[in-house]
Ligand binder design. Structure first.
Ligand code: DNO
Length: 393
């Protein structure tokens, strides 16, 4: 697999020379500064690519070329947005970049309720607490329908948390939830979020699926012509949230997407952490089912609680059998190599990591510290090397 590392570009607190020391060879990044829906200009892509290559890496995956919210809502004349997406793809292909990760979550990207939950032995991790999320939805946002989304015990704990919470606790909860909003510029307060949610009123899962299929039909033929691989990132967490429908959460959802436009260019980012947060998901099994459509892997682990809460475990701990999963991905690579494919190697990155040692002094993006991810990469590398070694004996 191609060992890669997510770099947020020139504003990332972690520099490319530092990333070199992790042993990663691929960079995963995006032109984060370009507003959603606008074309990524060829010369801007070329300049970023030159910076990455100059530091000794390949830009192996774009994460993400984001999809404008109007496409997700199916709102108005979308032809210019589709054309812009295709143009960005063409500009990337011209620069030799052929793999694009994106998601189809309405409004939100990833969601956590705690950005620095303590880990036994020291360090911190990202955590999703169902009671805190329920407290936010029911008591801070005032979304009455959320009553139906949480079991009675969770609602009860939510009420207790809210009653005991201080202003600062509630601020921290809002901050944690808002940290997962995709755009660097969209950060809502409670009133702003209520307002933003009204744009999605009445949007059902079926509507979202129809809008998604339309997007795929608009862009996948171009991806095929350009020799590109699109790979959707699963929902995180894999469940409806804030009353917003989600359609990339489980095995059935992924089967639907793969069938909606049956082309290799319509592929999957196998994110073991996102899928692993749903107890119904057998991640190695999902990977095996869709192996030939996996173009990128996010490897991380979660430990789940019965109430729907989960936290990010160390990469080889937690509920997902990481060794089995890597075994599936390596078998798929061997299959591709046997076909003589030049794109046989699947880029992987250690997804997220605990904040360890002096990580907390660096002010990096939540989930993206240097030492925690370096530990994750080193552990995953060990598994990959051991399995590869076994398969060649
Ligand atoms: C979080 C990431 C996601 C991912 C996007 C892909 O850490 O895995 O933000 O990049 O959902 O579009």
């Amino acid at each position: 697999m191609i060992e890669s590392w997510r770099w947020y570009g020139p504003f990332d607190k972690i520099t490319l020379p530092e990333i070199r020391q992790t042993g990663a060879t691929g960079i995963v990044t995006a032109l984060h500064e370009i507003p959603y829906g606008e074309v990524w200009p060829g010369d801007t892509i070329a300049a970023r690519n030159a910076e990455i290559r100059g530091a000794g890496f390949d830009w192996v995956v774009v994460e993400s070329l984001p999809i404008h919210e109007r496409i997700k809502r199916g709102e108005g004349d979308l032809s210019a947005l589709f054309a812009n997406y295709r143009q960005s793809m063409a500009n990337l292909a011209t620069n030799g970049i052929h793999t694009i990760c994106y998601n189809f979550m309405p409004l939100l990207d990833w969601t956590r309720t705690d950005l620095a939950a303590p880990v036994a032995g020291g360090g911190t991790c990202l955590r999703f607490s169902a009671p805190r999320m329920a407290a936010f939805e029911l008591h801070m946002l005032g979304r009455a329908e959320a009553e139906n989304d949480y079991p009675a015990e969770v609602r009860q704990q939510a009420a207790i948390w809210f009653q005991q919470s201080t202003e600062a606790d509630r601020e921290a909860l809002l901050h944690a939830i808002m940290s997962g909003l995709p755009g660097a510029y969209d950060r809502y307060d409670v009133a702003g979020l209520q307002q933003a949610l009204t744009l999605y009123d009445g949007l059902t899962q079926d509507d979202l699926r129809a809008n998604y299929k339309r997007f795929l039909e608009e862009v996948v033929p171009t991806a095929e012509e350009l020799g590109m691989r699109l790979c959707v990132h699963p929902d995180d967490p894999p469940r409806d949230i804030l009353g917003l429908p989600r359609i990339v959460s489980d095995a059935d959802d992924i089967a639907w997407i793969m069938d909606a436009v049956p082309s290799r260019a319509n592929g999957l980012t196998l994110c073991s952490g996102s899928l692993g947060a749903n107890p119904a998901n057998d991640v190695p099994d999902i990977a095996a089912t869709h192996a030939d459509r996996i173009h990128f892997a996010h490897l991380r682990n979660v430990r789940k609680d019965p109430d729907g809460s989960f936290e990010e475990a160390a990469h080889l701990d937690g509920d997902t059998d990481m060794v089995a999963l890597i075994g599936v991905l390596l078998a798929e690579q061997r299959r591709r190599q046997a076909e003589g494919r030049t794109d046989a190697l699947i880029p992987m990155r250690p997804d997220h990591g605990h904040e360890l040692l002096w990580d907390s002094t660096r002010g990096t993006h939540p989930g993206y510290p240097l030492i925690g991810r370096l530990r994750g990469l080193a552990e995953l590398r060990g598994v990959m090397r051991a399995l590869l070694h076994d398969s060649t004996r």
